[in-house]
Design a protein around this ligand. Structure first.
Ligand code: NAP
Length: 261
């Protein structure tokens, strides 16, 4: 399943792809980039209304198949059941993108006694991806091929101010999980890579006042936030056979922000 010429090298035509959180924000940017390359995209998420709208729009516009599987990545049974349902409907799974995530802000020392934010963040951002990888890898290992793309964050590499300690720690662990898993499953023909975005337009930024945006951009060498589909474009590269030599890599995509932090 590797590339032997540059003919249609970027194409994802006919590839079966799962994108967690694929109907909103960066996930929607990934679904968009994949759709442009001819992929079939299954959105794994909780919000059925948002996903159904994307499916309706994309089915009218692109040649691929667009579907929805209800999945809460914070719940092991939900991930397992959604992947099993997907595999009943499809003969193979080519690509998994672990994009679903939540943010937490604030200092570790200010958390409540139960460390609620810490556990919630790890449960979705790190353990959610682990659950999805575990269920999908059962099938990918039998097939002998597959590509996994993890959406981490530049927060996993730097110290953000204001602090995002729980989130940053979960994303740092997610980066290292990416590398360890890549080494584990390379002999099975499976690649695992990560994209570490910086500030990207999404739900998280949509109510941001213009002055706050301008202030944050002063600290970004490129001078702006990313569009979600720019993260999607890198995900499309990592999802396709064109990147077949690449595994265990973390691609920072943040306009240079992490360089000076
Ligand atoms: N935006 C940024 O500046 C930025 C920067 C660096 C990294 N990231 C990372 O990029 C990823 C996407 O973030 P975003 O900014 O696009 O956020 P967003 O617009 O808030 O979207 C979050 C997505 O995650 C899904 N999700 C959340 N919890 C879930 C759960 N328990 N089960 C299933 N799906 C769940 C949501 O779908 P439902 O609502 O349907 O469940 C939604 O599609 C995250 O991993 C985030 O950490 C974002």
């Amino acid at each position: 399943m590797y590339l032997d010429s540059m003919e249609n090298a970027y194409s994802l035509k006919g590839k079966n792809c799962i994108v967690t959180g694929g109907a909103k924000g960066i996930g929607l940017g990934i679904t968009t980039a994949f759709a442009h390359q001819g992929a079939n995209v299954a959105i794994f998420a909780r919000d059925e209304t948002a996903a159904k709208q994307v499916i309706e729009d994309f089915s009218a516009k692109y040649e691929g198949e667009f579907t929805f599987y209800k999945a809460d990545v914070g719940n092991t049974a939900s991930c397992r059941e959604a992947v099993e349902a997907y595999m009943k409907d499809h003969d193979r799974i080519d690509v998994l993108v672990n994009n679903a995530g939540i943010g937490t802000s604030g200092r570790f020392v200010d958390m409540d006694e139960e460390l609620t934010d810490w556990f919630e963040c790890f449960n979705v951002d790190l353990h959610g991806a682990a659950r999805m990888c575990y269920s999908v890898l059962k099938y990918m290992r039998k097939q002998g091929f597959g590509h996994i793309v993890n959406i981490t964050s530049n927060a996993g590499e730097i110290i953000n101010k204001p602090f995002l300690t729980a989130y940053a720690a979960s994303k740092a662990a997610f980066n290292h999980f990416t590398k360890c898993l890549a080494a584990e499953v390379a002999p099975d023909g499976i690649r695992v890579n990560a994209i570490a975005p910086g500030f990207t337009f999404s739900n998280f930024t949509k109510n941001m006042p213009e002055e706050a945006y301008v202030e944050l951009c002063k600290d970004v060498p490129i001078g702006r936030f990313a569009q979600a589909f720019e993260i999607g474009a890198l995900a499309a590269y990592l999802a396709g056979d064109i990147s077949d030599i690449v595994t265990g890599a973390i691609f920072t995509a943040d306009g240079g922000y992490a360089l000076q932090h």
